[in-house]
Design a protein around this ligand. Structure first.
Ligand code: UDX
Length: 433
């Protein structure tokens, strides 16, 4: 496993769980040391439970040496990141190139190199050439593409029980090898789809484009509901009973963030432009714009609750992670809102069950508290921005005792509004009267 971030570390542990001998490689020695000692360098439920037994049995280990991994592996999964390029929409695929360049000269026997990273369509074909050129064994080192659909917070389950497996291959040998690798999942009737390189790359980005569109669709309806005095949560529930629509990813609120959806739809638009079909994805600009507008709307509601301005007002922010069950704060809507409020003069105190360390590093200027109650002490408004279960379990009557004003805004439509109102709170939410 080359690259041991959210994807690679989880895939490494899960492959060990499926019975393989696995080596995880990373250029970051701290990450390697943490993983080798059984600690996940990020919060992912269930991951450490897999690391411990497989490290102990010796089936799984982590190293910084790519030579070691090259000598060891018959199948090399590449799991490095493809972040958004600074100042552009396009994806930065340099870490993939670097991974292939580092690995290839040490590949001296037939093997399969399998890309799992999310990439602009055409990357696999380009990397296949690069691999054949640079591999010590030449074309005996073959490339395949196998996109990953895991969700953070559910990564272990999504890897061991995926909805489907998609493999982009150029030979029967590569397909056979991947069928062998995933035999335990195929035996468990996980659909196994074999495609060409380009289709496999597109499956991933189009899945993320669809999911983003679904979220922005309901958030666009939330905007209309706000103007018309309707309730988007009731609307979404009524829509969800139509099996053609379905209720998943139809939760209106502060919208999507994280290390995948935002950058993936932008990279997809950039790639479509390069291919001369930018019109096909123009709608994703709207999807992105609707999503970003929700953050401004949240700030507007908070400002209103503060009497028209943030100066001299204390604002409690519940949540920093981009979603619950994760400590990932990449493009976090919650922190985006917190930072905007602070820039406009509010005194912001943030609390998150898992993402505090990451948030402090990225936004050292914000205030932080060790609990939801501590964050809310003396607050003029409480903003609920990441829907952790812990926040749903707060007793509104108890919290009412310590705030300056009983005003709460639910940015995730996850709190029980009658309960809050009954405890004397002014309760507002995105997309609801
Ligand atoms: C996503 C895809 O789901 C996954 O298949 C892909 O492999 C990587 O990108 P992830 O980034 O872990 O996974 O998060 P996801 O659960 O998809 O949530 C993305 C964002 O959308 C979060 O900020 C979440 O709060 C938001 N969201 C999700 C909504 O606002 N409303 C919804 O109904 C669902």
């Amino acid at each position: 496993m080359i690259g041991t971030g959210y994807l690679g570390a989880t895939h490494a542990a899960c492959m060990a769980e499926l019975g393989y001998e696995v080596v995880g490689v990373d250029v970051d020695p701290d990450k390697v040391a943490a993983l080798q000692s059984g600690r996940a360098p990020f919060y992912e439920p269930g991951l450490e439970d897999l690391l411990a037994p497989h490290l102990a049995s010796g089936r799984l280990r982590f190293t910084a040496s790519v030579e070691d991994a090259a000598a060891f592996g018959d199948v090399h999964f590449i799991c490095v990141g493809t972040p958004q390029r600074k100042g552009e929409f396009a994806a930065d695929t340099r870490y993939l190139d670097e991974a292939v360049d580092a690995l290839a000269p040490h590949l001296d026997r037939p093997c399969l190199v399998v890309g799992k990273s999310t990439v602009p369509v055409g990357t696999a074909a380009r990397l296949a050439e690069r691999l054949a050129e640079k591999a010590a064994c030449g074309s005996a080192a073959e490339l395949a593409w196998n996109p990953e659909f895991l969700r953070e917070g559910h990564a272990v389950q999504d890897t061991l029980k995926p909805d489907r497996l998609v493999v982009g291959v150029r030979s029967e040998a590569a397909e056979a090898r991947l069928r062998e690798v995933y035999a335990p999942l195929i035996d468990a009737e996980v659909p196994f789809l074999v495609t060409d390189f380009a289709t496999s790359e597109l499956v991933k980005v189009s899945a993320n484009a669809f999911l983003s569109t679904k979220i922005s669709f309901i958030n666009a309806m939330a905007e209309v509901c706000e103007a018309a005095g309707a309730d988007v949560t009731q609307l979404s529930r009524a829509l969800s009973y139509d099996p053609r629509i379905g209720g998943l990813f139809l939760n209106a609120g502060l919208g999507f963030g994280g290390g995948c959806l935002p950058k993936d739809i932008r990279a997809f638009m950039a790639r479509a432009g390069e291919l001369g079909v930018d019109q096909a994805l123009t709608f994703l600009r709207e999807v992105d714009a609707i999503n970003m507008r929700r953050r401004f709307k949240m700030v507007d509601l908070a400002r209103e609750a503060c009497g028209g301005g943030f100066l001299g007002r204390r604002v409690a922010v519940l949540g920093a992670a981009f979603k619950p069950e994760s400590d990932d704060i990449r493009d976090s809507p919650a922190l985006n809102v917190a930072a905007q409020v602070q820039l406009q003069g509010g005194e912001v105190t943030v609390y998150d069950p898992k993402a505090m360390d990451n948030a402090r590093k990225m936004y050292p200027g914000l205030g932080y508290a060790e609990s939801a109650f501590e964050a809310a002490r003396g607050a003029h408004v409480v903003l609920h921005l990441t829907e952790w279960r812990e926040f749903r379990e707060i007793d509104p009557a108890e919290l009412a005792e310590i705030v300056a004003e009983r005003a709460i805004i639910d940015g995730r439509n996850a709190l029980d509004s009658p309960r809050w109102r009954a405890a004397g709170w002014t309760f507002r939410a995105l997309g609801r009267p």
